[in-house]
Ligand binder design. Structure first.
Ligand SMILES: Cc1cc2nc3c(=O)[nH]c(=O)nc-3n(C[C@H](O)[C@H](O)[C@H](O)COP(=O)(O)OP(=O)(O)OC[C@H]3O[C@@H](n4cnc5c(N)ncnc54)[C@H](O)[C@@H]3O)c2cc1C
Length: 640
């Protein structure tokens, strides 16, 4: 049995899976220690991947060489592109997953990697060496290894903690409080206390989950059917489109709560752990429990309930929208007032879980902690919520652990480069005090950070890290070249009235009276780019028919050209803003800058800057509590 690894990853959830695979693919050995080896990549809550902004994260992880998109494609049982009626910046891919297959596939990805050894155990403390006297980066300790519940010691140069909702976790349903991080799984003890002993600060958060229902007790005829997209789109650039989707595709169903449901739920309020103060941790505001919804939005007569199959052939339905920690009897009685659920049986009750997290001002943009060199934190332990947010952080922590071992520059994505950059920048600079989830509104440059161009933005970086194959990058370069050539051609070539007027009038667009550039025709409101190109390819006036045919044969290229031309004005304006943003990011602040040298900044700025230790002026500007006058003082001092 191996007892020494380059990197140890604690926890095999969504963050742990990405972290382990990134480290291993970058050439280092991994000890993946998790309490239950059958729970690799387990979906604790809803059986779905992606959705608004989360879908962007999955596409970015995939473009960089992570696995979440690959697993989702293999195990998805309903695919949908959300927000199609809005602009392309907010289109978001989502899939319903078979949660058992998802976990099996995550385990397969780990198992086929010979550099990863899975160890079933609980880590209860870290072994560190005091280096406070001999480093100039501000670390107090250096990681040496971990100790486990079974009494084993594993040596390692680097450790990544991805403990999810498990640290000192307590599950609540009504008056019942049970120690555990997820139903049927125990809580992780010892590690929080060890981190506190090293000088870290901890906090408490909570999240909740709805009941799972027996499929045979639901009358679906009283609900509305929701089918997936007729032409599903895969998440991963590596998925073979000819055999996608690989699983049978199924429907979900919608029903609604009503006044009776709300009245019954209210009868449980006096036993509610939330309303009686037994739960101290702060919950996700954007994903409230049903009791929260009816008390905060009492004027609303009904709430949506989505009935989502948890597996393809299984017997359980996830009751999305009905997250609750009310007593079980109240959960079932209230559910039975909902159309279609009159005879429903609850197979697994809804519950809330409270757990320890570590506020992220204690962490760098690499996700390495500021106190212990070589110790990284990723996922729900950082105060986030969601599989995709966890996976993105796991990937970043894994890559940075490997780069540090290689003595190479860290991997940090800017806010202008990806949602992953926004996520980590927000975590470090704003240190959320409630569970953080990704929203498209959090990304100020969302017009350029679209889900459809994640490969163009990020795949080259994944290739440089050694996580993307040569073949993929070659395909990408051909795609970029074709987009460039076609846009250039459309910008420089005109069509005459005889070539396009009958098309323009057929789509309700005004006819032209003289030659007009193809790109300006594409820009028109009523003009669908694909229809226009399909039409003009048969006209005499089109000079390069071969080029247009190549565009029409490649859906991805066609989509990029369409968006880039139609939104060119907005995209240009956003790129100009990004240029200014990047200038401030380039103005570096020395790693261990002493802010007490700055006499003219406010006490609050001094405290926040010393805590966060920003790497650049741009980052310093985004720290809450730091004012423009503080930044001016900092810049004057730095200019010397
Ligand atoms: C009840 C519940 C409800 C949720 N509701 C939502 C929701 O509504 N929306 C949402 O977006 N997300 C929700 N989540 C959160 C979602 O499950 C997480 O965001 C996501 O799984 C976090 O991934 P992770 O990798 O950080 O941790 P997890 O997926 O939780 O995995 C952590 C892993 O670490 C292991 N582990 C922990 N400590 C140790 C240790 N000391 N030693 C060894 N192994 C250890 C655990 O066994 C586990 O396998 C919910 C989670 C739960 C439990």
């Amino acid at each position: 049995m191996q007892t020494e690894f380059d990197v140890i990853v604690i926890g095999a959830g969504h963050a742990g899976v990405e972290a382990s695979l990134a480290v291993s693919k970058m050439g280092f050995t991994v000890g993946l220690v998790s309490m239950d080896i059958n729970a690799i990549g387990r979906m604790s809550c809803n059986p779905a991947i992606g959705g608004t902004a989360k879908g962007h994260l999955v596409k970015e992880i995939d473009a960089l060489g992570g696995v979440m998109g690959v697993i989702a494609d293999k195990t998805g049982i309903q695919f949908k592109m959300l927000n199609r009626s809005k602009g392309p910046a907010v289109w978001s891919p989502r899939c319903q997953s078979d949660k058992d297959l998802y976990s099996l596939e995550a385990a397969t990805q780990i198992n086929k990697n010979t550099g990863i050894q899975i160890i079933e155990d609980m880590v209860n403390s870290l072994d560190v060496e005091d280096i406070s006297e001999n480093n100039n980066e501000g670390y107090k300790f250096k990681i040496k290894g971990i100790k486990t519940e079974k009494g084993n010691y594993y040596k390692s140069k680097s450790v990544i903690i991805t403990s999810g909702t498990f640290l000192n976790a307590i599950m609540h349903t009504g008056k019942s409080q049970i120690s555990g991080g997820r139903i049927g799984e125990k809580s992780a003890t010892g590690l929080s206390e060890c981190l506190l002993g090293l000088g870290f600060v901890t906090g408490r958060l909570k999240t909740g989950t709805p009941p799972r229902l027996d499929i045979n007790t639901i009358d679906f005829s009283k609900t509305e059917e929701q089918a997936g997209d007729s032409s599903p789109v895969a998440f991963s650039y590596r998925t073979d489109k000819s055999s996608f989707p690989s699983q049978k595709q199924i429907s979900c169903f919608i029903t609604y709560t009503n006044a009776d449901t709300h009245d019954i739920l209210r009868t449980g309020f006096e036993d509610s752990p939330m309303f009686t103060g037994r739960i101290k941790g702060i919950g996700p505001r954007y994903c409230p429990s049903i009791e929260d919804k009816i008390s905060r939005f009492s004027e609303k007569p009904r709430h949506h309930i989505f009935l989502e199959p948890e597996t393809l052939d299984g017997e359980t339905i996830y009751m999305n929208g009905f997250s609750t920690s009310l007593p079980v009897e109240v959960q079932e009685k209230a559910a039975r007032t909902i159309p279609g659920l009159e005879k429903v049986k609850i197979v697994k009750q809804g519950y809330a879980v409270e757990y320890d997290f570590f506020p992220t001002y204690q962490t760098k943009l690499t996700l390495e902690t500021k106190i212990v060199s070589g110790l990284y934190v990723a996922g729900q332990i950082n105060g986030t919520s969601g599989y995709e947010e966890a996976a993105a952080q796991g990937f970043v922590a894994g890559v940075n652990a490997a780069l540090k071992l290689k003595n190479e520059e860290p991997f940090i994505l800017k806010r202008s480069e990806g949602y992953i950059g926004v996520l980590i920048d927000d975590l470090i600079n704003k240190t959320p005090d409630e569970p953080y989830r990704m929203f498209t509104s959090s990304a100020e440059y969302r017009l350029i950070l679209r889900q459809d161009n994640a490969d163009i933005r990020l795949m080259q970086k994944g290739y440089e890290l050694g996580l993307i194959d040569r073949e993929l990058i070659d395909n990408l370069n051909q795609k970029i070249q074709l987009i460039h050539d076609a846009k250039n051609f459309f910008d420089k070539n005109t069509l005459l009235p005889k070539d396009v007027n009958s098309f323009l009038s057929s789509v309700g667009s005004s006819e032209i009276t003289q030659g007009e550039f193809i790109s300006s025709l594409i820009k028109r409101n009523f003009v669908n780019t694909k229809e226009l190109l399909n039409y003009i390819i048969n006209t005499d006036g089109l000079k390069d028919k071969r080029l247009v045919k190549r565009v029409l044969d490649n859906e991805e290229v066609l989509e990029q050209i369409d968006i880039e031309i139609k939104y060119s004005g907005y995209i240009k304006r956003q790129n100009d803003v990004v240029e200014t943003f990047n200038k401030n990011e380039e103005l570096k602040i020395p790693e261990n800058f002493k802010y007490d040298k700055l006499k003219s900044i406010s006490a609050e700025a001094m405290e926040k800057l010393s805590k966060v230790k920003p790497r650049s002026i741009g980052q310093a500007m985004r720290i809450s509590g730091v004012r423009p006058s503080d930044i001016s003082a900092l810049m004057i001092y730095m200019r010397g």
